[in-house]
Design a protein around this ligand. Structure first.
Ligand code: AMP
Ligand code: MG
Length: 419
């Protein structure tokens, strides 16, 4: 017999952990991987493992914020005509101080000559016969970018733990850093199990289905910057499982799908045990996804997820994703949680925490959530349509229009993207 049954206990009399307990246990047991030096572009989306200190001031010298004329502001208290004494395009630097009563033509970014303390933009001056007419008084410091006004030498600009995106990479490049210390990407071995499975691309026979879980999990692994290692399909027999599970244990984490329910071919946990993988728990008090198992060999976590493709995706999302993010140095491992008002009717018996796939839409200041479709675990389409997952507390009864729900947002910017 397969599927999710209602046993009150996981095994040997142990209580089935709640949703929150299971997440807590997993996060307590997984540890952060080591760091490595990565080229800047390979560090995108990863977590900095060193404190980055500014090696010098940014900008490194006072420079012009405009194309215009560098002057001494005192020379332009009233309309004035100043002789042009120098030309300073970007990429050059004046060697002489600016003579009093003169102006230097200067382009954006060029260092201010010594003595100058303001820039008059081209559009506010008139250049004629080797002199420039300044029509209005000029404030000292006008259109000048001050040395160190952005970042001071020695300032801690990117602390360890920072997630590296384009602005951080911009700073690295400005510091002339080609590579940086970041936490390692987790290598995640992925194993599908089941006699019914055929590799995508291969022909089906009666009773066979394509293995969709391996690529689904690999996609989810890739999305967080971890590295999937596809082990292929293990058959529902000990030898096949043993060979591939043993291979998977060489990775930083192992994710298996299917073969963890009550069926007589559900051998994954047994074979893991024979490989000295110690079970931490089997089953979580949630719906769907109850037969999820978590185990460890040394510090290597092994997640055995239920095989139903929707349950696989949901349990990966709830338990594996946060664990992998922690391993890769992330401090924030959960999706943003938002309060929304449910708009549909879903009958529900109190008992277990359940996950409802929802669509989200902002109306004024309110966030509305609709059921994304039939909630049966056989319906992948509902997962495809979902912007988020409403987490329904164990004790809640029927959901009705107007019910308050908390939703994990899967698609950032679901309401911000314009067609
Ligand atoms: P099991 O946990 O082995 O009882 O599998 C539960 C359900 O998920 C069955 O309908 C399986 O055919 C299906 N299933 C298991 N593994 C996969 C997979 N890799 N891809 C697609 N469906 C799967
Ligand atoms: Mg099976």
């Amino acid at each position: 017999m397969q599927g999710e049954r209602q046993e009150p206990e996981s095994h040997a009399g142990e209580r089935v952990p709640t949703f929150d307990e299971a997440r807590k246990i997993i996060l307590e047991r997984v540890s952060t991987l080591g760091s490595e030096l990565a080229p800047a572009l390979d560090a995108v989306g990863r977590v900095l493992a060193e404190d980055l200190v500014a090696p010098w001031d940014f900008p490194a010298w006072d420079n012009s914020a405009m194309d215009g004329y560098a002057i001494r502001a005192a020379d332009a208290k009233a309309p004035a005509s100043l002789r042009l004494s120098a030309y300073i395009p970007a990429g050059t630097a004046a060697t002489e101080p600016l003579a009093p009563g003169t102006a230097a033509k200067i382009l954006t970014g060029a260092p201010l000559p010594a003595g100058a303390d303001a820039v008059v933009p081209i559009e506010e001056a008139e250049e004629r016969d080797g002199a420039v007419a300044i029509l209005a008084p000029v404030r000292p410091g006008a259109h000048v970018r001050r040395r160190g006004e952005d970042i001071r030498s020695g300032e801690s600009v990117l602390p360890a733990g920072t997630i590296l995106g384009p602005p951080e990479i911009s700073l690295l490049a400005s510091c002339s850093r080609l590579s940086v210390s970041v936490f390692r990407r987790a290598r995640v071995a992925i194993l599908s199990t089941g006699d019914e499975l055929v590799e995508p691309g291969e022909a089906l026979a009666p009773g066979k289905i394509h293995d969709s879980n391996a690529l689904a999990v690999a996609a989810a692994v890739k999305q967080i910057g971890a590295e999937p290692v596809l082990l292929g399909i293990a058959r529902d027999d000990r030898q096949s499982l043993r060979t591939l599970l043993a291979e998977g244990l060489r990775a930083d984490a192992l994710v298996t799908t299917a073969g963890v329910s009550m069926g007589d071919r559900d051998l994954v946990r047994q074979v893991l045990d024979e490989l000295e993988v110690r079970q931490v728990f089997w089953k979580i008090d949630i719906k769907p996804g109850r037969p999820t198992a978590f185990a460890l060999r040394g510090s290597t976590p092994v997640f055995s997820l239920p095989g139903n493709p929707v349950s696989t995706l949901l349990t990966f999302e709830q338990f594996v994703r946060p664990a992998l993010l922690k391993m890769m140095g992330h401090a924030k491992v959960f999706r943003p949680l938002v309060a929304a008002t449910f708009q549909d009717e879903i009958p529900r018996k109190p008992g277990r925490v359940s996950f409802v796939r929802v669509r989200l839409e902002r109306r004024g200041s309110e966030l509305l959530a609709w059921s994304a479709g039939k909630q049966d675990t056989g319906i992948l389409k509902t997962m495809i349509r979902a912007d988020g997952i409403a987490v329904i507390p164990a004790e809640r009864g029927d959901l009705r229009p107007g019910s308050a729900v908390e939703v994990q947002v899967l698609r950032g910017g679901f309401d911000m993207c314009q067609a």
